[in-house]
Ligand binder design. Structure first.
Ligand code: SF4
Length: 126
């Protein structure tokens, strides 16, 4: 893995109340990702698409750091792109290359693990 940045995984858990994540065991998923997959780290945010989520992304994403891939587990990828495009642009990041939005709704924990694993493997293959 020398010289290659590992992807960073953010799980957006939709307040913890969303029926779409009712089957997902959040901590089982996060611990699997951080312990078993080649990621820099894995974190959870309760709701990235509202004001405090926006403030978080503005602090978290680093200006011009164009070599990092962010995998965000959450809702519909098109929705995620719509909601996060401004902050990626503001930070000088290329959302099309640096964001991998995963729809993990209505999945079992095992299905979500597999989906994230595939995304991480896809990033590392490049
Ligand atoms: S970005 Fe999607 S998954 Fe995250 S809180 Fe908003 S609607 Fe829910």
């Amino acid at each position: 893995m020398s010289g290659k940045n590992l992807p960073r995984f953010i799980m957006c858990f939709c307040t913890g109340e969303c029926p779409g994540f009712a089957k997902l065991e959040l901590w089982k998923l996060i611990n699997f990702v951080r312990n078993e997959l080649d990621v820099e780290y894995a974190i959870v945010h309760p709701q990235l698409c509202v004001d405090d989520g926006d403030r978080f992304l503005k602090e978290y994403l680093r200006d011009g750091e164009t070599n990092i891939i962010y995998i965000i587990g959450g809702c519909d990828p098109r929705m995620q792109k719509k909601m996060f495009k401004d902050v990626f642009k503001e930070k000088g990041l290329d959302m099309d290359k640096q964001l991998i939005p995963l729809d993990l709704r209505n999945m079992s924990t095992e299905e979500a693990m597999k989906r994230v694993q595939e995304a991480v493997e896809q990033v590392l293959k490049k």
